[in-house]
Design a protein around this ligand. Structure first.
Ligand code: PGA
Ligand code: MG
Length: 229
């Protein structure tokens, strides 16, 4: 096993990785649809639309609900007024809080790089008492680019003090957007398989995969050297 001498930065995706937020996103989408006298979508449908941020979510909702594409801007605006309060149905995945504490205690600089907008991201981190653990939080509206573009992930590592001329650290995520972003950024990717991916893991770029956060500290130790090499 490789020993992580200088603890490497570790950046996490949020939706479908640290938190199961699909029930809140689903409820918030349906609240907006209800206001517009449109029939609700199922949880499975909405879960399948998560990963690319709010604009893409609503493009997919509009297509599934048979709404006019011109309604996009107003629907997104209506959704955003409710989104930052959408915490009641969201849960941390098992062992997430304990493992983040372990990694922080070991000295890993920790960050979040999500396509979720910054305001609901910060509300959820606060809701779960995680705000103080993360020294860098990049949301879907922090930069003009979103994942899978490498810019947000590069920005997260830069905010953690990573030297852009050297290997940056490790990225942990659940979706095709994350895998492609990690590949575009040339960082090792640890794939959480219980999130919102649609592809078979064998078809996704990843360095290692796990289905329980209890496995993560060991995986990070195993891969620390390639994150630093
Ligand atoms: O809000 C989304 O669509 C995706 O968010 P994520 O990047 O944290 O998975
Ligand atoms: Mg995700």
């Amino acid at each position: 096993m490789n020993v992580c001498l200088a603890p490497c930065p570790v950046v996490f995706d949020l939706d479908g990785t640290l938190i199961d937020s699909a029930p809140d996103i689903h409820a918030t989408v349906n609240a907006v649809l209800r206001l517009n006298h449109v029939a609700p979508l199922t949880l499975d449908q909405v879960r399948g639309f998560i990963g690319g941020g709010v604009d893409l979510l609503w493009k997919r909702v509009i297509a599934a609900a048979g709404l006019a594409p011109e309604a996009h801007r107003d629907l997104v605006a209506s959704f955003m007024t409710r989104y930052h309060d959408a915490t009641a149905l969201t849960r941390l995945y098992p062992n997430v809080a304990e493992v983040l504490g372990t990694l922080a205690d070991r000295g890993h600089p920790l960050g979040v790089c999500t396509n979720k907008p910054l305001r609901p991201t910060r509300a959820l981190l606060e809701h779960f008492g995680l705000t103080g653990l993360f020294s860098a939080v990049i949301g879907g509206d922090s930069l003009p680019q979103r994942k899978p573009d490498p810019a947000p992930l590069r920005a997260a590592f830069a905010a953690l003090g990573a030297d852009p001329a050297k290997p940056l650290g490790l990225y942990v995520g659940d979706s095709e957007f994350d895998a492609e972003c990690a590949q575009n950024t040339a960082v090792p990717f640890l794939l959480f398989t219980r999130g919102y991916r649609k592809s078979d893991p064998s078809e996704m770029y990843h360095t290692a995969r796990f289905d329980d956060f209890a496995e993560l500290p060991g995986l990070i130790e195993d891969h620390a050297e390639i994150a630093r090499a």
